[in-house]
Write a protein that binds this ligand. Sequence first.
Ligand code: HEM
Length: 121
Amino acid sequence: MVSETTLYDKLGGEGAITAVVDYFYELVLADETVKHFFNNTDMEKQRKHQAKFFSFALGGPNQYTGASMAKAHAGMNLQEEHFKAIATHLHDALAHFGVGADEINQVLAKVSTLKDDILHK
Ligand code: HEM
């Protein structure tokens, strides 16, 4: 049997994902261009959602039971620049934990496939 090492495994599994997500939100909430979107968000809940979501997006176990991406971002009218800002913070958070450029690019490519579902909703 051929077993494939997922990005999720390479990054170090669930513990590592949680650490990346926590650091990612520190960057997001320090960014004047996007932090206002999270004014009324329960960040504790949001961190848990995101950690599960990223586990799924990176090929780990799928424990994500949240809303669809279009539904989760409905009414925000998010633009390209917001997506770019979030993607940059994700890049920086992964780099902070020593993830290599190739892996980071794979993660960002995967996240980019969600762009149409997230923007202009
Ligand atoms: C880059 C890709 C993105 C992914 C993978 C993503 C993922 C998610 C997930 C999983 C949730 C939780 C859904 C739920 O509660 O069921 C969520 C909610 C949210 N996202 Fe995103 N998101 C992305 C981009 C963005 C961008 C660009 C913004 C704004 C700058 C944003 C702002 C928010 C906010 C404010 C909420 C919480 C809404 C609430 O308070 O209920 N997201 N997102």
